[in-house]
Design a protein around this ligand. Structure first.
Ligand SMILES: Cc1cc2nc3c(=O)[nH]c(=O)nc-3n(C[C@H](O)[C@H](O)[C@H](O)COP(=O)(O)OP(=O)(O)OC[C@H]3O[C@@H](n4cnc5c(N)ncnc54)[C@H](O)[C@@H]3O)c2cc1C
Length: 354
């Protein structure tokens, strides 16, 4: 059997490794547009206080997976799913050898296009940063922090200031989990930070009001200027500065938008799979096509929930590997879990809403 997985995050990699452990014979191919290896996304928001983060964030180089007989095609973007022909189309500049049953109509350039057949396709494409519609015209003016590529770009930008013996002055838009974590880490690294949040308290979806107040105090004590009830209207570029437009206009060296995440449903939608907020799956993580499964940030369960945290995703991946290897019959049930904001010096009193 040919198992093809799209995505090299915790969902794709945990599934691949577990399935390999349970089935020595099936072909497993993991396709990803990443080049750096399998890395810890949660550690991205500690990317400014740790100097060697670009190395330590890597949990496993792709060659380690290849040594485990998992064929990894990195630097390759999946551009289409052909359900009738049970194949996917790829585009990229990979150097790794293809499995023998792959159509090798190589284009004589550094970029190549291929198709790859599957018996079972596992969609583990994760999520991208959600950009509110009013901010979309300004995408060149701000950073997001959703991937290692984003972190490297942010670190490079920041280094430009540090090498002139100056710390940058940041605006962060979004006082949810990631915005608060990034604000905290940049402040701990010595930068000046202003955090704009649309609501009247921080992390209002996850935290009890008392904990939001505690978080506000911890951030303020660390030097972060927190502005609540801010309706950010857009941004303006002014020479070397970027301005945030609210009721007043304030200027900064750098801007980060942290307004949540958006499951990558586009490929599935183009292929005619059922979509809601994520790719709709049943309790067996099976999409509306019986040969295609989805898990991780991209999957929406029948209760309408996305389980976009490491613990339940890993649990889905292990469960799905066992299910497809014939070792489980019962459907997937979410484990009990909670989360924690990685804000320096903050401990919530009440459990988080997840
Ligand atoms: C800054 C930050 C901090 C976080 N902190 C925490 C935390 O403390 N605790 C916690 O539980 N969760 C945390 N999360 C959430 C957690 O990291 C995610 O829920 C989890 O990593 C999602 O895993 P995934 O495998 O579903 O997707 P991802 O990790 O997004 O992986 C998806 C992969 O798919 C690949 N891909 C997508 N589309 C294509 C395509 N068309 N072709 C080829 N490749 C493709 C991408 O390269 C990517 O490697 C955090 C997230 C962020 C961004």
């Amino acid at each position: 059997m040919q198992i093809v997985i799209i995505g090299s995050g915790v969902a794709g990699v945990s599934f691949a490794e577990k399935y390999r452990a349970l089935s020595a014979d099936d072909d497993i191919t993991l396709v990803t547009w990443e080049d750096d290896g399998y890395y810890s996304r949660p550690l991205l928001s500690r990317g400014f206080t740790k100097t060697d983060i670009e190395q330590t964030i890597i949990l496993k180089p792709f060659d380690k997976l290849r040594e485990n007989n998992i064929n990894v095609l990195c630097g390759a973007e999946v551009t289409a799913i052909n359900r009738a022909g049970k194949s996917i189309a790829l585009n990229g500049s990979w150097s790794h050898r293809f499995p023998t049953d792959c159509d090798t109509s190589a284009i004589p350039s550094s970029r190549q296009e291929k198709t790859l057949q599957y018996d079972k396709l596992i969609l583990a494409q994760g999520s991208s940063a959600f950009i509110p519609p009013p901010f979309r015209p300004y995408e060149k003016l701000f950073f997001c922090l959703n991937s290692l590529v984003d972190l490297k770009a942010l670190r490079k930008f920041r280094q430009g200031f540090l090498s002139q013996n100056r710390h940058p002055d940041w605006a962060i838009v979004g006082g949810g989990l990631i915005g608060c974590e990034v604000a905290s880490d940049l402040a701990a690294a010595g930068d000046k930070v202003t955090l704009f949040h649309a609501m009247d308290r921080l992390m209002e979806r996850q935290l009890a009001a008392e904990d939001s107040a505690l978080l506000l105090k911890v951030l303020q004590d660390s030097g972060v200027k927190v502005l609540l009830n801010q309706a950010v209207q857009g941004f303006i570029k002014e020479e070397n500065k970027v301005c945030v437009r609210t009721e007043v206009t304030a200027e900064f060296d750098g801007l980060i938008v942290a307004c949540g995440f958006k499951p990558r449903t586009e490929l599935a939608e183009l292929a005619g799979l059922e979509i809601g907020r994520g790719i709709k799956v049943n309790q067996y993580l099976q999409t509306s096509d019986e040969s295609i499964y989805a898990l991780g940030d991209v999957a929406e369960l029948p209760n309408g929930k996305l389980y976009a945290f490491i613990l339940p995703i890993r649990n889905q991946a292990l469960w799905l590997a066992e299910f497809l290897a014939g070792q489980k019959q019962d459907s997937w049930t979410p484990p009990v879990f909670t989360t924690k904001a990685k804000v320096h010096g903050f401990e919530a009193v009440h459990p988080y809403n997840v």
